[in-house]
Ligand binder design. Sequence first.
Ligand code: SF4
Ligand code: SF4
Length: 147
Amino acid sequence: MTEEANGFRKIVYLSFPPEASNRPVVCNLALLFNLSFNILKADISPRHEGSLTLELAGREVDYHKGISYLKQNGVKITPASQKIFRDEELCMHCGLCTSLCPTKALSVNLENRIVEFDVERCSACGMCTRVCPVRAMIVDMNENDLR
Ligand code: SF4
Ligand code: SF4
């Protein structure tokens, strides 16, 4: 989890059962809990199971209330950081992934040329898995459709 001057921020992956996909539960995060959200990835269709990767921002206490509200409405929540990991033995710090990473979770340390991975910034978009020559970046594909 990260704390910044403008509040608490976290990227979460949401799975919606069909009965929850018709309700405005995400909009209610703003209305009821004063949380702002940024949709990073969406795969939602009415009356079907769907998924959404969201960056939520606001007060930490409101974030936890919002997460409880989502759970009460049948939404399954996974921190995006739990859906990806880097195999440190495989990574050769070539830097290829850093130019593609949309959230800057992967970045080159200019002092030692090491590619650093900040998992809390990761949205589990899967872009890095497509370019990594040694397949060091691994995303949990069970619930996340990374086409
Ligand atoms: S999955 Fe890879 S490319 Fe996407 S945000 Fe995470 S580290 Fe960056
Ligand atoms: S592309 Fe793969 S090997 Fe290269 S820095 Fe990124 S994770 Fe490491």
